[in-house]
Write a protein that binds this ligand. Structure first.
Ligand code: ADP
Ligand code: ADP
Ligand code: MG
Length: 681
């Protein structure tokens, strides 16, 4: 076994690999970009070396530099994690040449599976079933169009070099093909440096079921069962579970054996995943093979009890697989939820920012044997930047059966508090609770088809919410007063805050009525407060029906503990910015703005709006014609950020006066992109 390895990655996967290395007594070397100099993965390793500036090209993709560092510090092996260099055959080859073990498959296997089209030709020869489609080398647009027409619509155009759900376009009819092809090629060249595409029949209501395979250098190859990753948005996984709902023993071994055949066809070694797209009737087709450890590998670890990173290290060191097929068992049910920095309500637009609060479930630990596990590469105070993937953490739970695992996942999500950027935590809770998912009726269209329950109108504002916001506001005012007065003066609100019927400190000569104003989105809430001897009475007419409640309780450091009417309320209020209040109550999250009537400037800024860039990125194309009338929702320009294309649409009917940037320009978040004149009403 190795004494020292270098981890050529960042974030949660670098931390994950470091944890197993530590368990095995292997020393670890981290590499990092300037953006990650103080990151968790650097702290998790024994040594660390700087690679360069933040962009991946200047840091985590610098294979030669990474190899050089490994040589200099005496690392015997390199673990590439996922993404970055993990599926780079040239890098794997350079490692082989330099006598440093690449903890992954041989370069030849990566190359064979690297391009979806070439791998399909191989699989065809190995008699692994394929989706009807075209995966030839001829890329003439007219030929591709003819192939699509032959296959029959809808079809899916895929970048052959694609990954991470990027570079894919569904085409519903022949007339739309040319435009979709152009846009797919543009995204592909941009993201993968290769614009070759393949075409597949777009299956209706399919499931994504993948098989974890593992092979050693002694000729053993096993499958560690399946993972169902059907719940996706933008063709990218959101929830992953094992076993797949409704899986039968017969189908499991058929898929397992097909996956092993695929791996053997390329002389595979190490951890790999064979992805299949399956019809509801259970028939399945090869989609692609990912020649690396997968994001969702913890699900498999939980149901098999094996540490897959340990397997990787043992195999790379020349050992035999720790278990053979007949020794592998599948126990209980595991499910993983990916916590992404993104806003489900704006089409899952990635979000960036500093994690002002990052609170995880109490029960969570990294231990593989625990029921709730969190794999994350960030800590409170860390930043999620636009340079890398927007995944914040993975929450993985285990249960004796699926229903138990789902309950546990919901509980874990309800204890997860993330403030400072948009996050999909609540969305995940709704998916977990929705009927089709709960009953195991999954397919890749589940999210789209259940929009109504998954994207509900905001919940009604309750007395508990308003009480929590008011108590927090009062407590913070008292605290600030105490700070500025050196605690010399007591406040009239102390009675309420110290509370529980104790009115000592009450100053009867000060005003005992006050109004606090909050907004949620565009909705205003004026809350009248009346201080009585023992309690605070709140009233709000902005809601229907109007609310009134007697409140006794306190708030300290944002934690509210109060009796509101007859309800015991425990809540957390986090100040995300000066006026922004994020309220966590009963596991749900609500955002409010405190309206400080004295601070008009902040209010004006909050209503700025306009056609601002939602995130840092680059302008790809300007679509609208200057001065020409456009309808509301018409595309004005396309930008690229976090490896995705985003279209900026007209907020209303009107016309574009000018574009503030040219194609290729880099723009900052919030930058005004377009001068737009709405049509006079
Ligand atoms: P999985 O099937 O394991 O979920 P994904 O395809 O979603 O894998 O990708 C795994 C991770 O690697 C994601 O974080 C994704 O953003 C990243 N990734 C995938 N392809 C690339 C690529 N070509 N370059 C950089 N990162 C990538
Ligand atoms: P990536 O390399 O981005 O992971 P995949 O080829 O694995 O690309 O496909 C990603 C997802 O796109 C699948 O999980 C599935 O939801 C959807 N998909 C892929 N191929 C098809 C198809 N032929 N029909 C329907 N959906 C598909
Ligand atoms: Mg895939």
């Amino acid at each position: 076994m190795f004494n020292k390895i270098l981890i050529a990655n960042r974030g949660e996967i670098a931390c994950r690999v470091a944890a197993t290395a530590r368990k095995l007594g292997i020393r670890t070397v981290a590499v990092y970009s300037d953006a990650d100099a103080h990151s968790k993965h650097v702290a998790a390793c024994d040594e660390a070396f700087r690679l360069g500036s933040a962009s991946a090209r200047e840091s985590y993709l610098k294979g030669a530099l990474i190899l050089d560092i490994a040589n200099r510090c005496g690392a015997q092996a390199i673990h590439p994690g996922y993404g970055f260099l993990s599926e780079n055959d040239e890098f794997a080859e350079s490692c082989e040449k330099a006598g440093i073990a690449f903890i992954g498959p041989p370069a030849s296997a990566i190359r064979a599976m690297g391009l979806k089209s070439a791998s399909k030709q191989l699989m065809e020869a190995a008699k692994v079933p394929l989706v009807p489609g075209y995966h030839g080398a001829d890329q003439t647009p007219a030929l591709l169009q003819a192939e699509a027409d032959r296959i029959g619509y809808p079809v899916l155009i895929k970048a052959s070099a694609g990954g991470g759900g990027k570079g894919m376009r569904i085409v519903e009819q022949s007339g739309d093909f040319a435009a979709a092809l152009a846009s797919c090629k543009r995204e592909a060249i941009n993201a993968f440096g290769d614009d070759a595409v393949l075409i597949e029949k777009y299956l209706q209501r399919p499931r994504h079921i993948e098989i974890q395979v593992f092979a050693d250098t002694h000729g053993n190859c096993v499958y560690l069962f399946e993972r169902d990753c059907s719940v996706q948005r933008r063709h990218q996984k959101v929830l992953e579970e094992a076993p797949a709902p409704g899986m039968t023993e017969a189908r499991r071994s058929a898929m397992g054996e097909a996956a092993v055949a695929a791996a053997k066809a390329v002389n595979y070694v190490g951890a790999g995943t064979v992805e299949f797209i399956a019809n509801q009737d259970g028939s399945f087709y090869f989609m692609e093979m990912n020649t690396r450890l997968q994001v969702e590998h913890p699900v498999t670890e939980m149901v098999t009890g094996h540490d897959l990173v340990e397997w990787q290290l043992r195999v790379a060191a020349g050992e035999r697989l720790p278990a053979l097929q007949h020794e592998l068992t599948l126990t209980g049910h595991a499910i993983e939820a990916r916590l992404y920095a993104e806003n489900p309500d704006t089409g899952f637009l990635p979000s960036i920012g500093t994690l002002a609060r990052f609170a995880l479930p109490q029960a969570a630990s990294f231990n593989r044997d625990s029921l709730v596990r969190v794999d994350s590469g960030v800590r409170e105070g860390d930043e999620i930047s636009a340079h890398y993937d927007p995944m914040i953490a993975k929450l993985i739970v285990w249960g004796e059966d699926r229903a138990t695992a789902l309950r546990r996942l919901d509980a874990a999500l309800s204890e997860t508090q993330i403030v400072g950027l948009a996050c999909n935590v609540e969305f995940l809770r709704r998916v977990v609770a929705c009927e089709p998912f709960a009953s195991g009726a999954v397919d890749t269209g589940l999210i789209e088809r259940n929009r109504e329950v998954l994207f509900p109108a905001p919940r009604a504002v309750s007395a508990a919410m308003l009480a929590a916001l008011c108590l927090e506001q009062l407590a913070e005012e008292v605290r600030q007063m105490g700070v500025s007065n050196g605690n010399a003066r007591r406040s009239p609100f102390d009675a309420v805050l110290d509370a529980h019927g104790n009115s000592s400190g009450w100053w009867p000569n000060l005003p005992s009525v006050r109004t606090l104003n909050f907004t949620r989105g565009e909705e205003p809430f004026a809350v009248r407060l009346r201080f009585t001897r023992a309690a605070l009475v709140i009233e709000c007419d902005s809601t229907t029906p109007s609310l009134q409640a007697t409140v006794v309780g306190r708030a300290r450091a944002g934690r509210v503990d109060a009796l509101v009417g007859e309800q015991h309320v425990v809540a957390q209020v986090v100040r995300a910015a000066q006026h922004k209040r994020v309220l966590f109550l009963n596991g749900w999250r609500d955002e409010f703005t405190y309206v400080d009537l004295l601070d008009v400037k902040a209010d004006a800024a909050a209503h700025g709006g306009g056609l601002a860039s939602p995130m840092p990125g680059r302008i790809l194309s300007l679509i609208a014609e200057l001065g020409a009338a456009v309808a509301k929702g018409a595309p004005l320009l396309v930008m690229e950020a976090m490896k995705m294309e985003h279209t900026i649409n007209a907020p209303a009917a009107g016309k574009v006066i000018s574009f503030r940037y040219a194609v290729g320009d880099q723009v900052a978040e919030g930058a005004e992109l377009v001068e737009f004149a709405p049509e006079a009403a």
